[in-house]
Design a protein around this ligand. Structure first.
Ligand code: ZN
Length: 303
């Protein structure tokens, strides 16, 4: 459908701007040299360029998920081995799953779409990097509609919102895929959290509404991360596939649904060890939890 024939967007937001003669806004968390929020680019470029040996390689079948333990100081790549496919990523501290990726704060500290040198932060009361992004074969993409790649705005697809909207019971959404993948690690549905949508192009339209575009990844694209801690990492190959079609592909009687399955592909995880780890990681130290010593204004019975 061309934009002129589309019905007006249902939104509380106006598409036109009003001039209030305000000064240009600054980012709320402005980067300054030496800030603990921002990665030392020299160090992480050195990590990206360093010699590495492949330790493990895992394939995530289309429309499913896998969970993999990744030791601290490793570099790992999420890949598109057969072409475009969006990936829903969850990350936990391997030893304490209460510490996990915090999409909202990461969005504020860096940007709504992330790339090389950005970090994925953990939730409160930990607040430290789980990973730092070291390379990104799709990085910097910004299209004519404002779409950018690797999205923290949206979250995983799930059967509850699907039921609410379509009335259908579909079982292979990313939320469910991730749930099945983490069960053998002692985690449950309640541990699945807001994701980073890797290889997914999204943005906000003139009505401030979330949109998604077809995945631009090609065979061999990758998103590379340095593990700042021992991690449990789960990826789901979204049943939305490359997002070129709309649907979930679970109705075997329906032709459109079968077409949907054709745009679903696998994902890969490759885990690498730095060959000269001590030398490459000179200047790196394991991130500490934020050292707030207060008690949220609570007083103990003693005082
Ligand atoms: Zn999904």
């Amino acid at each position: 459908m061309s934009p002129t024939t589309e019905p007006a967007a249902v939104s509380t937001q106006t598409p036109t701007k009003t001039t209030y003669n305000l000064p240009p806004p600054k980012p709320a968390y402005y980067p300054h040299p030496g800030s603990p929020l921002y990665a030392d680019k020299q160090l992480y470029n050195k990590i990206a360029d360093a010699k590495k040996s492949l330790v493990e390689s895992h394939l995530c079948q289309p429309r499913s998920a896998i969970a993999v333990k990744i030791p601290a100081r490793s570099v790992f790549r999420i890949t598109t081995p057969e072409g475009p496919q969006v990936c829903d990523l969850n990350i936990w501290n391997q030893h304490n799953p209460r510490e996990r990726f915090w999409a909202a704060r990461t969005r504020q500290l860096h940007s709504a779409h992330v790339s090389t040198h950005d970090r994925l932060w953990s939730n409160l009361p930990y607040l430290r990097p789980l990973v730092t992004i070291t390379a990104d074969s799709l990085g910097g993409r910004h299209d004519e509609w404002g779409g950018r790649v690797h999205d923290t705005l949206g979250t995983r697809c799930d059967p509850y919102v699907d039921k609410l909207i379509s009335g259908e019971d579909n079982d292979f959404h990313c939320h469910s895929n991730l749930t099945r993948a983490v069960l053998p690690h002692g985690l449950t549905e309640f541990d699945v959290h807001d994701v980073l949508n890797v290889f997914q192009v999204t943005g906000l339209n003139e009505y401030d509404q979330y949109f998604m575009e077809a995945c631009p990844a090609k065979k061999g694209d990758y998103f590379e991360l340095f593990a700042e801690q021992d991690l449990l990492v789960a990826i789901s190959a979204c049943p939305g596939g490359d997002l070129s079609q709309w649907g979930w592909g679970e109705d075997k009687e329906d032709l459109d649904s079968l077409k949907m399955v054709d745009c679903c592909r696998p994902l890969g995880i490759e885990v690498y060890k730095l060959e000269d780890e001590e030398k490459v990681l000179e200047g790196w130290s394991a991130p500490e939890v934020a050292n707030y010593k207060g008690k949220h204004g609570l007083k103990s019975p003693d005082n």
